[in-house]
Ligand binder design. Structure first.
Ligand code: GRF
Length: 218
């Protein structure tokens, strides 16, 4: 197997997805290696990287004269780490078009809904209120819109009677923890690729997704 693809992760919170990605990369079959983690705040999730001696750095708002300069510092750091892939694992900053354009095709997000349903925040609450049968999560390439980039994979679960925002979020999170490492591994192995705005899947990626009950929208 060739060298592992290098990944930079951006987070803003507890980092449970980051932790799963870090655990998954310990597998000898992993095709990626997260080697830096950056945050726009003192995110508790940075500890998951620090515990493993992986570079973890916060760029706090008060250290910069403006949000624009704070964001520029973060993306300068991303550029300096020269990653093959950049993953947003609960990164709450809005990313302007200059960066989504520069990194398009390498910038991956996970979103807790079956996109294009429920882009933005409070997805679990909105899914319950809408009264549908299913909810879930999506991985996608990031473009300049809010959760609008080309979809990579989705995992779904049922919304059950009595579900609250918390119970549904917990159910979806277990799916996120499976589909995000899977997505990054497939991308890093070039089993999934982007041409223009179209996502292409190898037969292996399709078989693996079917085995895991993931949905490939393409
Ligand atoms: C996840 O629900 C993810 O889908 C969303 O932000 C949350 C991050 O959770 N983008 P965690 O910090 O990975 O635990």
């Amino acid at each position: 197997m060739g060298a592992r693809k290098r990944v930079t992760a951006l987070i803003s919170g507890r980092g449970s997805n980051l932790e799963c990605l870090l655990e998954a990369q310990e597998d000898s079959a992993s095709t990626y290696q997260i080697d830096s983690v950056f945050s726009d705040c003192e995110a508790p999730g940075l500890d998951h990287a620090r515990r493993r001696q992986i570079e973890a750095k916060s760029f706090l708002r008060e250290q910069y004269p403006s949000r624009t300069l704070q964001r520029a510092a973060i993306f300068n750091a991303v550029r300096s780490s020269a990653p093959d892939l950049i993953i947003l694992a609960g990164f709450m900053m809005i990313i302007p078009a200059e960066y989504t354009g520069e990194f398009f095709g390498r910038l991956i997000n996970i979103h807790p809904s079956l996109l294009p349903e429920f882009p933005g925040l409070h997805t679990h609450q909105r899914a319950i209120a809408a009264g549908g049968r299913y909810h879930g999560c999506s991985t996608h390439f990031v473009d300049q819109g809010v959760d609008t980039g080309p979809l990579i994979a989705q995992a779904r679960c049922e919304i059950v009677p009595g579900d609250t925002e918390e119970t549904l979020a917990a159910r979806v999170l277990t799916l996120e923890h499976r589909i995000f490492p899977w997505t990054v591994n497939q991308l890093a192995a070039d089993e999934i690729s982007l041409k223009g705005r179209t996502v292409h899947y190898s037969t292996r990626a399709r078989e693996s997704a079917a085995h895991q009950h993931f949905i490939l929208p393409g």
